[in-house]
Structures are given as C-alpha cells and as structure tokens.
Design a protein around this ligand. Structure first.
Ligand code: MRU
Length: 351
C-alpha cells in the first residue's frame, strides 16, 4: 500500500525516506547515511511537514554520530552539540525540528554513561518522538472527527497528512477518521504554489486511501468558499505562538479570511510539539524565505520572463482571531488562546 509507507523509517544503520519531491510521478525511497544528506533532504523538501521533520531530525542524529565514529563519550557529545544547530536549524519555521533535536540530545546525553549507551539512548528517544507523534495524530483525528461530524465538504491547504507526520496526519487525521466511519466526505485540496504540496501530496495520499479529493487552484479557493460549497476548513501548523497565532504554509491566511467571511469554521490541527510557548505572538515567528527559482520554474521549466524578480516566503501567520479552534492531542483549544494554550502545554510538559 504505497500511501501507507511512513515518511521516515529507521533501518539499523541508515534512514529511509520517500523522496517527496518526486511524488506523485515516482515513489522513490532514498537512503540517508550522514548529516550532510540529512540536511540536504530537509532543505530540498525530500522530507517535510513539521512533525515528520521532528521524527526525521531525531533519527538523523544517529547517522550523524555514526558518521564520525567517535572514540569517547566526550567526542560523541561534542558531535551532537554540533548537530543541534546543523540539523536542528536546517529549516527555521517548523519548531518541531529544533524541539525534537533538543529533546533527543538532552535526554540521551543526560542518561548515557558511555558511548554505547549514548547511541542506544539516541535511538530510543528518536523512536519515542515518532511514537508520541503517531499517538498525537490518533487523538487529533478523534477530536477533529467529533468537530467535523456534520461537515462533508472540507477544505485544506498544503499537506498535513501521513506524509507530514509519523502517523495519520494532523489536518488530514480527522478525514481518515470520517472515511473510516463511512461518513460522506469530499476534500478540496488547494494546490499550494509554488511547490504544490496540495496538488501532489495531499491528493496522492487521500486518493490512495480511497477518499474523494478535488484539487483546486489556490486562486479559486476563496470564491469556492464564498459560494457556500465548503462546510469547514482545516489546516496544519509549523509553529504556534503562545497567543494562538499560527504559522503554516504560505496562502493559509487567505483561506482563513475567506472562511471567516463565509461564516464557516477554520480549524488548525497540530500536536503540542508545534507550540512555541516562548513566543508571545506570531510576529516573532521566523518565516523561511526560499530560493526564487521555485517560483520562476516548475520542474526545470521556466515560467517567468528572464530578469524578473520573484518573492518566495514559505509560510504565513494566521492571526488567532481567525482561528475557530486549535485541535491538539491535549484537547480542543479555544479563545482566549493565551490561557487554553498555557494550560495545555503545562499539562503535557509540566510547568
Ligand atoms: O514546506 P513544508 O511542505 O514543510 O510545509 C508544510 C506545512 O506547512 C504543513 O501544513 C505543516 O508542516 C503541518 S504538517 C502536519
């Protein structure tokens, strides 16, 4: 079952991932054997989606350690410290990546007494990050399903599904739950220019699961929503500030505005690992600026006139007042988000 392949798999001495840049044309598994390959995979979006980046970045620490063949615990610890930024900061917006890398390094180095126990602890912690994400997806799916019971036409943006997490997804988890329950469901996936995660990835994985999906050009989504054809909108997130402002794929804020205007709910679904409680508001979230070539070209074919400039911010921030609720594994959080988020985070992480 092609769509059920997890995005990141540990194979004893290396990592295997689907190269998501090639989907849906080609399902190619690539191997990651060192830190440079891991950083390259993250930066060119062979692996992507906030929680999947956390799971992948955690395992990448193991290959990065093996690569240098450390001869002492001190050498190994210093290599991991180097990887904290090398891998943890390979992309800046999705907080799950740095969160997971910090967590795995801190827990493994605190518990290890020698080189062998450090490596064992790294693998154990990396697997724990993935297992917890899988469980979070299940709970988000269950809670989102309850909220979306009456909705049969649901809009989403980018890809926040199996390909973006270690489980069934965040925004797409409730869709899988609805489909499993036999409820009527038609998903509208906005194509998500410039890298087309909606058209290529969301359409691929939902279709593979037998879920009815229609790809809609980004520019056609607002009028589709305003004409009353959509019951609810649900998206993932890359970083959520303490006040509920949520960074997600560029274009998300336009869908939130259209949803507000049409009077339909706009949900953000994300594990609590996506919450950056240290950031007071979304204005502090670093937005990744990607190479203009991604706007100028599609798979090597030039679209724009030579010499014309292009801007390529990868994410935008949806202000909290446009968000109906944030669906997390720790519950459905509602305004005032400052309070509901603080309470959920302290429950999950301890205060
Ligand atoms: O640039 P990408 O493809 O990594 O962006 C991904 C998104 O914006 C997703 O919506 C987000 O990471 C949530 S994934 C569960």
């Amino acid at each position: 079952m092609k769509g059920r392949t997890p995005p990141t798999v540990w194979a004893n001495d290396h990592i295997q991932i689907i190269d998501q840049t090639l989907l849906p044309t080609e399902v190619k598994i690539i191997e990651i054997r060192n830190a440079a390959q891991a950083v390259d995979a993250i930066q060119r979006l062979a692996i992507r989606g906030a929680p999947a980046l956390g799971a992948f970045g955690s395992l990448a620490l193991v290959v990065a350690l093996d690569e240098v063949q450390p001869s002492s615990l001190a050498e190994a610890t210093s290599r991991l410290e180097q990887c904290r930024t090398l891998i943890g900061d390979a992309r800046p917006t999705a907080v799950n990546l740095r969160w997971a890398v910090d967590r795995v390094i801190d827990r493994a180095t605190n518990s290890a007494s020698d080189l062998a126990s450090l490596r064992t602890a790294l693998i154990r912690e990396a697997h724990a990050v993935a297992a917890e994400d899988e469980a979070a997806c299940n709970e988000i799916g269950r809670l989102g399903h309850e909220l979306l019971r009456e909705a049969s036409v649901i809009g989403t943006h980018c890809n926040a599904g199996r390909l973006a997490t270690a489980g069934t997804g965040t925004a797409l988890a409730p869709m899988y739950a609805k489909a499993e329950a036999g409820e009527p469901l038609h998903v509208l996936a906005s194509e998500t220019r410039p890298l087309l995660q909606g058209a290529r990835l969301t359409a691929w994985e939902l279709d593979d699961a037998g879920i009815d999906v229609t790809v809609v050009p980004d520019g056609a989504m607002a009028s589709t929503v305003l004409s009353g054809q959509v019951d609810a909108y649900i998206v993932g997130a890359d970083r959520i500030a303490a006040n509920g402002d949520a960074a997600n794929k560029i274009g998300t804020v336009g869908h939130a505005l259209a949803s507000r205007e049409a009077g339909i709910p706009f949900y953000v679904a994300a594990p609590t690992s996506t919450i950056d409680i240290g950031l007071a508001s979304g204005s502090h979230i670093e937005i990744e600026q990607r190479d203009a070539v991604e706007v100028h070209e599609i798979r090597g074919s030039r679209l724009t006139p030579k010499g014309v400039a292009a801007s390529n911010p990868a994410f935008d921030v949806t202000p909290n007042h446009l968000i109906t609720a944030i669906i997390t594994e720790a519950g459905v959080l509602r305004a005032p988000f400052k309070d509901s988020i603080a309470e959920a985070v302290s429950r999950v992480r301890g205060s």
